[in-house]
Design a protein around this ligand. Sequence first.
Ligand code: ASP
Length: 421
Amino acid sequence: MRIRLALHWQMMIALLLALACGLGLQRLGVEHPAAQAAALQALQIVGALFLRALKMIVLPLVMTSLVCGMAGLGTAGKFGRVGLKTFAYYLATTTIAVTSGLVLVNVMRPGVGAEMPLPDQPPTISAPQTISELVVRIVPENVFQAMAQFDMLGAIFFALVFGLTLNFVAAGTRERLLPVVAAVLEVMMRITHVIILFAPLGVFALVSGLVAETGWAALRPLIPYALTVAAGLATHYFVSLPVLLALFVRVNPYRVMRAMSAALITAFSTASSSATLPLTMERAQQRVGVSNRVASFVLPLGATINMDGTALYECVAVIFLAQVLGVELSAVQQVTVFVGAVLISIGAAGIPHAGLVMMTIILSAVGLPVESAAMIWAVDRVLDMCRTSTNVWSDVTGSLIIAASEGEWDRSVLERPAERT
Ligand code: ASP
């Protein structure tokens, strides 16, 4: 008899097993360090294979998808409208997220009176780019270099321009080229689908390795801070974004969440919006019913510039550090933190720890020591996992709201009974 378990259950079970296995491995390390090392190595190989497969597919998938989406656009006016709605959505939800963070950190005051030693070996926090550099980088100097260096913004820009320009070349050229790109896209989607079959295994390997290697001692003094970030993220995840979905799309938001669970749990496990993108795109189209055109524009761009979870986290973290250092931030400084958090969430790359590294921009803007960011390093991974999942959930919510408003959402796809994959 074959047991057919829906993918969201497989993913949940993988997460729970990973937690149990990680804790078991921690114990094993005490008595049998060699056995623990061997098990960790095996998990690391499986986790790395999963991550690499996702990254392998991201660029070809995003680029072909964008070209097809833009080429089917017809008129530039329609592109302008979708673009405007997308940016309005990004800005609105990021602002809601930062506001929740700001309120919570000022009410919970997790840093007041906290004794926080600097870590023995503070991680090197490299100087981030300035905002103007980020703007200039949207246009890649060399598209192949942009792709090779995983510069998503540059690659997205080129694919957008290419796809849009296809609307203005001779019909013959378009008819020769577009079917080829569409065929490549179909193959990429198929590969993504196969990778999704391995997602429970990949998630299990990534999370159990992480749990096994995480020591509790370093985390303890940071618990009030971590809880504040988690409370903010949970509010945004389970209340603010679902309310928007219910209001603008009139759909049960938790049904959408369930349909997207493979992507949301993968985002949690990998802490990378960019690596999760293939799953986000596949699920949004195949399980939620968002059109290719909207999904291929809103999701890749969102993975790069729409990061509600990161923005909320930036705001809480900077104010927490100020509280720890005993610095009372003035109203103007709090506004600087607010605006800085929004800008940084736009500029941060969709990779692990990007938010922490970029935080140095806000710290120096409000006159706090840049090195103080090292104090929260110990809990950054787990918070990164939570904020990345929030980032991806906001992208999905946006794609659905925009698709529905454009008449490009196929509700029947979401209402199909859950399938095994
Ligand atoms: N890891 C996050 C992401 O990929 C970015 C961050 O560090 O906040 O979305």
